[in-house]
Design a protein around this ligand. Sequence first.
Ligand code: PAF
Length: 283
Amino acid sequence: MKIIRTVPSMTAWSERLRREGVTIGFVPTMGALHDGHRALIRTSRLRCDALVVSIFVNPAQFSPTEDLSKYPRPIARDRALCREEGVDVCFEPTAGGMYPADFQTIVTVPVIARRWEGAARPHHFAGVATVVTKLFRIVQPHLAWFGQKDYQQAALVRQLVHDLNLGVKIQIRPTVRERDGLAMSSRNVYLSANERRMAPLLSQALRVGRRMIADRVRDVAAIEQAMRQPLKREPTIHVEYLAVCDPDGLEPLPVVATHAVLLGAVQIGSVRLIDNMLVRIPS
Ligand code: PAF
């Protein structure tokens, strides 16, 4: 596996392979790789001739009060996982390489970024949209894989690629979960033993909503209220939002008609967890 650290070398590698007619797959990450990333890498490996994984903790998507400096960076373990999974290139740019001193341009996707994570974390999605646009230009993949776990991010990336004609096919893969339902996330390592015990309640809440919709409950207020119940068992959990939304535009739905996405975010101690479930109404 090749480790590439500079933007010009990465682009030169991709341009050479593209000229040779090679299909390039890409999994962008911030490292601290877990089985969710592994699943994305494996699918991409099967579908593409060459596979690039980027590991870059993007400062632009963190606010000054967030965890940029303590974000986990187990680079040796990440590289080992990439090697095991047959990744061809690990692209590990520096912050200075991605954002030189004269850097100015910010990409925003205002409507999709307006609610939920966008409301809770101002500037987060502008940071994501900017870095993903840059990574796509640098790596020039034919296909790129993202996890459904970050549902709003995936919707934003799709919109971005469509609006800016970036010519990358976006593939979204289902969330990988621990045995107790907790969605895998690099930030789960921050949970204390007691917080880890409480953390699966978020997926339980979403499952309550999913079950009600499958049972043909259409009233969103009733569904949202029922989703809060499992979380009430632990009064220290702060619910930021639990919402039933249109899966495309992410706007809240007044009633469930054909399909929906259930979105949730909670704060447990100092750790913020997000999760989601897609629901289709059985016909
Ligand atoms: O999902 C992530 O890990 C990041 O938001 C991404 C897409 C790599 C951009 O920094």
